[in-house]
Design a protein around this ligand. Structure first.
Ligand SMILES: NC(=O)c1ccc[n+]([C@@H]2O[C@H](COP(=O)([O-])OP(=O)(O)OC[C@H]3O[C@@H](n4cnc5c(N)ncnc54)[C@H](OP(=O)(O)O)[C@@H]3O)[C@@H](O)[C@H]2O)c1
Length: 292
């Protein structure tokens, strides 16, 4: 009798898990990815929190509706394995959150070919790898949502972020076009565009300079890092991801966090020369800069 009750309870529990929606997150070891994993778990969603080093997700395992799986966005085998494990365990995937990324920052001329490729492999081809891996499944189930952490830096630019910006502008263009062909399959695309957010992002920056660009590059970089000190935490982004995941419309863009949304509006309405002057004033602060 007791055994029968236990079995019934286990079946009910597994049905509940399958009825709940499931989000699959890349880069869930820290920052925005981890905050989103926790927020969705607390709202009752199933969460596949994927990361390169699963030990970093140990604290997420206190949530019974979270599973941690290894995934490196540059390793296609790890992507398909994590997707298969998630579908087998939770019974499906409703939302893919392409979040993993980092910034290569500094003087472009001083960057190596390996650094450029690593930046594009992670921020652009990594997103393409995960997106292409989930599409057959979403097409077959006739629906799904692909959410991406792009950036306000996918719409506007700052000094020294030329390569990072080019990855995020690439994502904005890629996703803006991709939405057309996926609409017929009821697959939605949503770009989350954060401003500066206090995570491990600033400490993980790969900064490059050389004598030809200093002191401008180093001083400007340090003045820009100040922005992260007052920046909001990743929970504001997690809540925006929640809004996007539950938005039944085909809205594409969701600016969020600090001055990000305002800067995007200013970029659209101000003459370009005014906006550029404002960016220089706010970021360069006369650091070794020739005023012209
Ligand atoms: N913070 C900001 O101000 C800001 C603003 C706009 C956009 N963003 C974007 O937000 C996203 C998340 O960044 P964050 O602020 O949360 O920074 P973060 O705390 O440094 O988190 C970055 C995450 O990406 C992961 N990652 C890096 N390379 C990876 C790879 N090859 N495969 C799988 N995971 C990888 C990291 O994993 P490891 O732990 O293994 O390194 C980490 O989990 C990024 O795409 C970033 O460009 C951030």
């Amino acid at each position: 009798m007791v055994t029968k009750l236990r079995v019934t309870f286990a079946i009910q529990k597994s049905n509940i898990q399958k009825m709940n929606k499931t989000i699959f997150i890349t880069g869930a070891s820290t920052g925005i990815g981890k905050a989103t994993a926790i927020y969705f778990a607390e709202q009752g969603w199933n969460v596949a929190a994927t990361m390169r080093t699963t030990a970093k997700g140990a604290d997420l395992l206190k949530y019974t509706n979270v599973k941690v799986w290894p995934l490196d966005v540059m390793q296609t085998e790890s992507i398909s394995t994590a997707i298969d494990q998630t579908i087998a365990h939770f019974g499906g995937i409703d939302v893919i959150f392409n979040n993993a990324g980092y910034a290569l920052v500094g003087a472009f001329e001083a960057m190596s070919d390996a650094q450029l490729r690593q930046q594009f492999d992670t921020n652009v081809f990594g997103v393409m790898n995960v997106t292409r891996a989930i599409l057959p499944y979403f097409r077959e189930k006739k629906g799904g949502t692909i959410i991406n952490t792009t950036s306000m830096g996918g719409i506007i630019t700052f000094p020294l972020y030329s390569v990072y910006h080019s990855t995020k502008w690439a994502l904005e263009g890629f996703m803006e076009s991709l939405q057309f062909e996926l609409r017929a399959h009821h697959i939605k695309i949503k770009n989350i565009e954060p401003g500066a957010i206090k995570t491990d992002f600033d400490t993980a920056i790969d900064f490059v300079s050389s004598a030809a660009y200093d002191p401008y590059a180093t001083n400007t970089h340090h003045s820009m890092l100040e922005n992260y000190k007052q920046a909001p935490g990743p929970i504001v982004v997690a809540k925006k991801v929640w809004q996007a995941a539950n938005d039944s419309s085909y809205r594409l863009r969701y600016p969020v966090g600090g001055l990000g949304p305002l800067l995007i509006i200013m970029r659209k309405v101000l003459p370009f020369s005014w906006f550029t002057a404002l960016v220089r004033l706010a970021t360069e602060k006369g650091n070794g800069v020739v005023n012209n």
